[in-house]
Design a protein around this ligand. Structure first.
Ligand SMILES: [Zn+2]
Length: 324
């Protein structure tokens, strides 16, 4: 994987391909495969209104049932009027709710082999009549279980997923004993190169290794080329600032220095990106506390201080994932 190729697989996989084509994006491919193999009880996704019928048909071919939930009209936080009640608690999902039937926006859907699970889905925060409506906290926890996430990770998430106090990814890093395991890599979950879609409680979580390992073994028989790509992408290394700001490298960690040939973002990024630009000019980087030193050969190119910053605290770290 190189810069700009983060989102869609290059391997010509066939399993669940029709679902991905109907949904219009390739990001959830492995999650659909897991659901079709009955290794994931429930998943949710977004589909354009005009594609919904094709999507349903494609899911049916793999024994998956679909429940359309609500239509999301996504907006930028800056465009939400100040008088919307609860506006200050909106984080990554900023959308107005609209009834099904219209043509704009994206339809939120639940997908499962089991009809009885579809009605247990959870909604995201949505703006309804000038007010942000949240899901009840108890439902949030239960939803983690329905999605097939390990209990230890659901419990850890319930404690640490507080953006104003913690950097969740750093909390999981502190909770990791030994080497990070590639089956516990959450940094690729918004690309198709991930066996997991949850935030593990540590980068060596036993339950996650067991579940992701089971899926990997099944996929290795069905789509070996895709598995090879996922394994190659999963090792990293990654420089992590917080949940919405991390970078992947084609390189190796040697001691406390990361040597690399290429660096890229794995999430959509809008606006200027001075950190990526500075890293692109270098070939090695070292992190000490909050100080980042970028160099090429014997020359130090930049010294940067990574600030704690606003409402989502940033605790930078570098991580590399191994096989065992
Ligand atoms: Zn866990």
């Amino acid at each position: 994987m190189t810069a700009g190729e983060g989102l869609a697989a290059r391997a010509p996989y066939r399993f669940c391909r029709e679902i991905e084509q109907a949904s219009g994006h390739g990001i959830m491919a492995v999650q659909y495969m897991a659901a079709a193999l009955d290794l994931k009880p429930l998943l949710d996704d977004w589909v354009e209104p005009g594609r919904l019928e094709d999507f349903r048909r494609a899911c049916r071919r793999y024994g998956l049932k679909v429940l359309p939930d609500v239509r999301f009209l996504n907006v930028r936080l800056e465009d939400v009027p100040r008088d919307v009640v609860g506006r200050d608690r909106l984080t990554s999902t900023v959308a107005y709710a609209a009834p099904l039937g219209g043509r704009e926006g994206q339809i939120h859907v639940y997908v499962s082999r089991h009809a009885r699970l579809l009605r247990h889905g959870m909604w995201y925060p949505l703006i309804v009549k000038g007010r942000v409506i949240h899901t009840p906290y108890t439902d949030t926890l239960r939803y983690g279980e329905l999605l097939g996430y390990p209990d230890c990770c659901v419990r850890f998430f319930a404690r640490k997923n507080n953006w104003s106090r913690y950097s969740y990814l750093y909390e999981a890093f502190k909770n990791t004993q030994g080497h990070a395991h590639r089956l516990c890599n959450p940094f690729l979950k918004d690309t198709c190169y991930s066996y997991i879609y949850h935030m593990p409680c540590s980068y060596r979580c036993r339950a996650t290794i067991s579940a992701a390992g089971g899926l990997r073994a099944r996929l290795n028989r069905l789509e070996p080329a895709l598995v090879k790509e996922i394994d190659a992408a999963a090792s990293g290394p990654f420089l992590v600032l917080y949940e919405r700001d991390f970078l992947g490298f084609d390189g190796r960690l040697r001691g406390d220095e990361l040597e690399y040939n290429d660096v890229f973002r794995l999430q959509p990024w809008s606006g200027p990106d001075p950190l990526l630009e500075a890293l692109r000019r270098g070939s090695r980087v070292r992190l000490k506390g909050r100080r980042l030193e970028i160099g090429r050969g014997a020359v130090t190119l930049r010294r940067l201080r990574l600030p704690l910053e606003d409402w989502a605290p940033r605790f930078p770290f570098i991580i590399e994932f191994g096989r065992g």
